[in-house]
Every structure is written in structure tokens, then in C-alpha cells.
Design a protein around this ligand. Structure first.
Ligand SMILES: *Cc1c(COP(=O)(O)O)cnc(C)c1O
Length: 463
């Protein structure tokens, strides 16, 4: 979705963006299961519960705003991906979507691998006991220190991203007397976002070595010569919030073309390809994502067909879902502070968080849904804009939302599908205290990342 498809500002407030739900939902109390995590339900008293915990109790105990994460749903999604891809493929959870030590333990227990892309994420993964061989290190500018720590720890793979890095990783591995397994990240000339994929300007980006022009092939040549490296395969990541597999089809075709070229030139068949992440989720009822088993079947078919055509054995496939695992598992719980009716325009509903806990609306024009969760209401639907408490008019949480017309200060609102890229991108803008992540399961709730405190804020400010 392009930015221009979303006219912003009060002048357009009565015109909903194209493709957005234009009619209010028939029942505002209903919770669309595509958008909410699987244990979410509205009780007979009208109060929404998740993991057997009602939101009023959660708000009392943990305060607002808070990210509420459905542990059963998280684990079920891990298993769905694991089972869909089977034992001859690897699923790496992309830790940048949301990472904490509890999450690392769940991933370990559910038999997933883990992608990290910084020293901090690597530290979190190792500290929580993820076996190093199940960790992959990413990044276009890993520091010498990050590479050294990863090689020393024995990470299963480093995805190398530049000529300098190939030499750097090889040098560090040799110095430590090791041989580091690596994949080379390539750009295949496709960048997929949502429904369309763009086949131009894709190589003009900081990640990867382009296939076109031969840089990727040159990287392979160099990596194969270095004693410190064991080249496992090729990595490609084509975008985010993707709803169909056509972009992956082009990517697989081109990556396998490179594998064939490598076999012809060097006489080696690389054993792995990593097709990256980027699978979409439902942020609103308009989104219709695929199930992991559909994605697995489609990717396997594409790779098998392309390998048959190239006369290659089918390599081991890896995928790296982040959003598709954690995104739908959490909602953000807010309390309404003020409402402001602008006659003829809409009603602004202000909550006690905003762009510091969810930057995606401001950053990407992302669409979200919202519901009144502390009670049911029979009031008429009212067009609102749910906004935060920060000092910016762009501090929007949900641009166009229907809420019951009696929404009032003290009500609790929840914004679903905030598990990915919300806490992990949260900031202290306006010296906001970043909200906690509360995991719920079987009628119990526990904090897995605590709320920041005023002491935390002042501790960094050395005066
Ligand atoms: C961000 C990223 C992912 C995960 O993307 P999602 O959209 O969260 O699935 C996977 N692989 C790489 C290399 C990434 O940069």
C-alpha cells in the first residue's frame, strides 16, 4: 500500500482511504478471529479475556499501556510452522520482530531456530539457553566484536552481506581456529510488499549482493577459496507483509539459477537455500493471509520444480518468519484518557500510549484495528481516529476506526496484532516509559518484559 493511498489529516477525515472497510462492522462487539489471537473471547459480562485473564484485571494488575501476549497462540504458531516445513527444512524465527528470554525458551521448546541481527539479540538468545548451532546472525554491517562473539559462541550460520564481511568473517574464524558456516545474502531483483511485487529498483538497497552483474557469483568465488568459511548456501529475503508466493517463485528461480552456475563453475552443489521471511498477517478484517502449510507446500513445489529444471538435487530449505509467528499473538491494551468530537469530521480518541509503543502507523502508514474491550456496547458505530499522547499530530495508533459512540474516558481499548515490530521498535519519545509485555496462559499472567520505570530513565541521564 502506498503512502499516497492514505490521505491523512482532518481535511480528508470523512473520506476513508481506498480499500479500507468503508462500512462500519455490523457488530462492534464481535472480535474477528483472523485479527485476534486464538484464546481471545468476549465474556458474558462483555469484558474481553485472553488466556483466561480478563482485560480489566490485567489493566489493574499491570497498568496500561501494556502488550498482552497469548503464549498458547505463540506456541501453536511455532508448531504450525515447524510441522508445515517438516524435518527436512529449517524454520528460523526472526528475533527482530520481538525477542525476550521467555520467547527464546518457547522457541527452544517448540524446536524452532532463531535469527538475530545484533550483538544484543545474540546475547539474549544465548543467555536464555538457545543452542548456538541453532542461531543465525544477520546484518549488513556486523561489527568485528559481533562477528567474533558469534564465531566464538559457535553460531550455526552467519549470513554474510558484503565482500568486506566475507574476508572479515574468514579472518576471525581462522584466527579462532574455526571454520564458520555461512550463507551469502543476495538480492534477486524482486522486492515484494503485500499484494504486488516490484521488479525494478529492488537492487538499489543496502542489503545483499546483486545477482545481476555478477557480484553474488563473485562473492561465492571468494567464499569458496577461504579456509575459514564453509559456504552452506544462498540467502534471499524479498520483503515484508507478503500475501502470495509469486515473489518467492521469482526469487527461487533466480537463486537456483545461481546454484546451477556455481555447480557448473566450481563443481559444487551448495546444500541449502534460505528464502527469508516476510509472510503477511491480518491487521484488519480485509487481510487474508495464507496458513503455514499452504506456504510450505507452495515453496517446496517451486524449489523442487526449479531444481528439476536445473538438474540439481533439492537443497535444504530455510524460512525466517517473524511477524507471521509473533504478530497475531499480542494486543496492546490502552486506557482512553480524552475524547474530542470535531463536528462534521470525526471523533479523536486519545489513549495513554501512542507512537512510542507503536511506530508502525506513523512509519509505514500501517493499518490496525481496535476494539472496546472493557465492556460491550450497544451504541451506534462512530468513526474515530485513535491517537496517542505524544507531541506530534502524526501520533496516530489507528487512523480510521469504528468504535461505539459512547466510548469514554476510563474505557479500555485493545489494538490487536501488535506482537511484531511494536515493543521491539518502541522508544522513549517524550520520555515515555516503554510498556511491559505480559504473557498470559491458562488463567495466569506474568510479566516477561517489565515496564520501564522513572529510575530507568534517569539512570542513563548522568546529569
Ligand atoms: C525482517 C527479516 C525477516 C522477518 O521478516 P517478517 O516480515 O517479520 O517475517 C526475515 N529475514 C530477514 C533477513 C529479515 O531481515
Amino acid at each position: 500500500m502506498s503512502r499516497s493511498a492514505h490521505p491523512a489529516g482532518p481535511r480528508y477525515a470523512d473520506v476513508l482511504p481506498e480499500g479500507h472497510y468503508v462500512a462500519p462492522p455490523t457488530d462492534l462487539n464481535e472480535l474477528d478471529p483472523r485479527v485476534w489471537s486464538r484464546t481471545v473471547a468476549r465474556g458474558d459480562d462483555g469484558v474481553v479475556a485472553v488466556g483466561g485473564m480478563d482485560v480489566k484485571r490485567l489493566a489493574e494488575e499491570f497498568g496500561t499501556p501494556a502488550y498482552v501476549l497469548d503464549e498458547d497462540d505463540f506456541r501453536a504458531r511455532c508448531r504450525a510452522w515447524r510441522d508445515a516445513f517438516g524435518t527436512d527444512a529449517d524454520v528460523f524465527y526472526a528475533g527482530k520482530a520481538f525477542l525476550s528470554r521467555a520467547v527464546v525458551r518457547w522457541l527452544h521448546e517448540e524446536d524452532l531456530n532463531l535469527d538475530v541481527c545484533s550483538g544484543g539479540e545474540l546475547l539474549t538468545a544465548l543467555d536464555a539457553g538457545m543452542p548456538a548451532e541453532r542461531i543465525a546472525l544477520h546484518g549488513n554491517n556486523k561489527s568485528t566484536d559481533e562477528i567474533t562473539r558469534a564465531v566464538e559462541a559457535g553460531v550455526g550460520r552467519i549470513v554474510v552481506d558484503s565482500f568486506q564481511e566475507i574476508a572479515r568473517v574468514a579472518h576471525i574464524a581462522e584466527r579462532l581456529g574455526k571454520r564458520q558456516r555461512v550463507l551469502i545474502r543476495v538480492t534477486v531483483g524482486v522486492e515484494a510488499h503485500t499484494h504486488e511485487f516490484i521488479a525494478t529498483a529492488h537492487e538499489d538497497q543496502k542489503f545483499g549482493l546483486p545477482l545481476a552483474g555478477g557480484q553474488a557469483a563473485e562473492a561465492v568465488r571468494r567464499a569458496l577459496k577461504l579456509d575459514g568459511l564453509e559456504l552452506l548456501g544462498i540467502h534471499s529475503h524479498i520483503g515484508s507483509q507478503i500475501f502470495d508466493t509469486s515473489g518467492f517463485e521469482v526469487a527461487a528461480h533466480r537463486v537456483i539459477g545461481l546454484l546451477r552456475q556455481i555447480r557448473d563453475e566450481h563443481g559444487v552443489e551448495l546444500p541449502e537455500i534460505d528464502l527469508g521471511g516476510g509472510l503477511g498477517i491480518a491487521y484488519t478484517s480485509d487481510d487474508d493471509p495464507s496458513e503455514p502449510h499452504q506456504i510450505a507446500t507452495a515453496l517446496r513445489e517451486i524449489v523442487t520444480r526449479e531444481c528439476a529444471a536445473a538438474g540439481l538435487a533439492v537443497p535444504r530449505i530455510s524460512v525466517e518468519p517473524g511477524r507471521a509467528i509473533v504478530g497475531p499473538t499480542a494486543f496492546t491494551l490502552y486506557e482512553v484518557g480524552t475524547t474530542k468530537e470535531l463536528p462534521g469530521l470525526r471523533t479523536y480518541v486519545s489513549v495513554d500510549g501512542g507512537m512510542s509503543d507503536n511506530i508502525r502507523t506513523a512509519l509505514y502508514d500501517a493499518d490496525y484495528s481496535v476494539a472496546l474491550v472493557s465492556r460491550a456496547s450497544t451504541a451506534e458505530p462512530m468513526l474515530t481516529r485513535v491517537v496517542g499522547k505524544h507531541c506530534e499530530s502524526g501520533d496516530i495508533v489507528v487512523r480510521d476506526a469504528f468504535l461505539p459512540a459512547d466510548v469514554a474516558p476510563g474505557d479500555l481499548l485493545a489494538v490487536p496484532a501488535t506482537g511484531a515490530y511494536c515493543r521491539s521498535m518502541a522508544s522513549n519519545y517524550n520520555h515515555a516509559l516503554r510498556p511491559p509485555v505480559v504473557a498470559v496462559r491458562d488463567g495466569a499472567a506474568r510479566v516477561i518484559v517489565r515496564r520501564e520505570t522513572e529510575e530507568d530513565l534517569l539512570r542513563l541521564d548522568v546529569g
